[in-house]
Design a protein around this ligand. Structure first.
Ligand SMILES: *[C@@H]1O[C@H](CO)[C@@H](O)[C@H](O)[C@H]1NC(C)=O
Ligand SMILES: *[C@@H]1O[C@H](CO)[C@@H](O)[C@H](O)[C@H]1NC(C)=O
Ligand SMILES: *[C@@H]1O[C@H](CO)[C@@H](O)[C@H](O)[C@H]1NC(C)=O
Length: 406
């Protein structure tokens, strides 16, 4: 459905050839990442302990801070309590609601790093939790307008949504924060990197502010056929949505804007302490960057993409190559004392918003730490130099096949 919605916009901007290449890829980013069900918006059981209401942004239209279809953006806010009353965690959602519209957003159930249960979430359970819903199709970074083939106006206002929602949160008490953490997963995690220093800048110097990127470390790697599918996809979004403003200047001087949108470039200019959490056999990246449909003959990779346990030795070797590249691109983070890393070799994608991955008896562990423990150790400085990088798949016995892969 995203292809129908967005590919008609490309011809005017990029020429026919680019459209042929970019349209299926746009569908990937805008459909796979955004148009599926949200992890926090998954159907919840009646007995669910904490459904958190949707709040629509006030004055959205006047600020031009609107979803793809012009509807006001939405977010969820659960107030902190006790020692967490002045601590704020802002989470940028990863999957876009249907048709990029808040008309389809509902209350959500918050798990993992967003849970208010201290067993599930030992360090952040009593913080103020703000979850900003995703409806702009461009990682909260664009500022443009477009038109669908039938003349329907489309709004690419991710940057304005980011700014307006943060302003509203400040009015609702975030201005008095004593500590804060900006995070998100997948496309939302890329957004957390893009806006990390801007978020830091909202607070006085003495406030502790850090960023956590979960499953957003997309790498600029060629696919199996040697094409740069991911870069073409990013290039489409960068041009369609006009995201230049949030990209680092020192990168833009040397490289194409699409290259500057990749985390490997972004992390070179981020000055706020940041934690990178990612699997180096990330299921989304393997399916969509390394082995997208059409990049290999027939069904050769279908079963391996569906379940890493079904990969042949030759395929595993290719995946090891992907891991090597991803880890090498993290060098900047590895060398920075204030930064943290948790790079596990489990076949999964997004590990903070689920109980099972974040902190449970079967969550992935590195150095005997769950992700929640490692992130907490880093955030609160309980341990120096939290830089955990896993060995090659299938070396880690804590990688469960029950982990979510989409
Ligand atoms: C890729 O192909 C598989 C199997 O043919 C299909 O189920 C899947 O939806 C396709 N993925 C995309 C992103 O088109
Ligand atoms: C993985 O391999 C097993 C055993 O050969 C098979 O039963 C299963 O269907 C395969 N899974 C996928 C997703 O192809
Ligand atoms: C996650 O943990 C919370 C708190 O124990 C529980 O209420 C919730 O049902 C769990 N969510 C899932 C999806 O298992």
């Amino acid at each position: 459905m995203a292809t129908e919605l967005l590919s008609p916009l490309l011809p005017q901007r990029q020429g026919a050839l680019a459209v042929v290449v970019a349209a299926p890829l746009l569908a990937l980013l805008l459909a796979v990442v955004f148009f599926s069900r949200s992890p926090v918006a998954a159907p919840v059981s009646e007995s669910s302990p904490e459904l958190v209401d949707l709040i629509l942004l006030a004055g959205a239209q006047e600020k031009g801070a609107v979803c793809l279809d012009g509807s006001p953006p939405g977010y969820h806010l659960r107030r902190g309590f006790g020692s967490g009353a002045h601590s704020w965690l802002v989470f940028l959602e990863r999957k876009m609601t249907n048709f990029g519209s808040s008309k389809y957003m509902t209350a959500v159930n918050l798990n993992g790093i967003l849970s208010n249960d201290h067993i599930e979430n030992p360090d952040f359970y009593n913080w103020n939790i703000a979850v900003i819903r995703y409806c702009d199709g461009g990682s909260f970074a664009g500022d443009a307008e477009g038109e669908d083939l039938d003349g329907t106006k489309l709004f690419f206002r991710g940057l304005r949504i980011w700014e307006a929602v943060v302003d509203e949160l400040m009015v609702k008490g975030m201005d008095a924060a004593k500590q804060a953490l900006l995070t998100g997963c997948s496309a939302g995690s890329l957004a957390a990197l893009l806006h990390c220093d801007n978020f830091r800048g909202q607070f006085p110097h003495e406030v502790s502010v850090k960023c956590l990127s979960d499953a957003g470390f997309f790498i600029d790697e060629k696919d199996l056929s040697g094409e740069r599918s991911m870069r073409s996809l990013i290039s489409g979004v960068v041009h369609l949505q006009n995201v230049r403003e949030v990209l680092p200047n020192n990168c833009l001087q040397k490289k194409d804007p699409a290259e500057c949108f990749f985390p490997a470039e972004l992390i070179k200019s981020i000055i706020t302490p940041t934690f990178i959490l990612n699997s180096d056999y990330d299921s989304w990246q393997i399916r969509n960057i390394l082995a997208p449909n059409g990049s290999y003959p027939g069904q050769a990779w279908s079963s391996c993409k569906a379940d890493i346990r079904n990969c042949s030795c030759t395929q595993i070797d290719v995946l090891h190559g992907f891991k090597k590249k991803l880890v090498s691109e993290l060098k900047v983070a590895e060398d920075n004392n204030d930064w943290g890393l948790f790079i596990d070799s489990c076949f999964t994608h997004c590990q903070t918003p689920f109980n099972i991955t974040w902190h449970s008896p079967i969550s992935p562990r590195l150095g005997d730490k769950s992700i929640a423990e490692a992130v907490g150790d880093w955030y609160f400085g309980r341990r120096q130099d939290v830089k955990l990088i896993d060995c090659e798949y299938p070396c880690n016995p804590t990688c469960s096949s029950l982990l979510p892969t989409a």
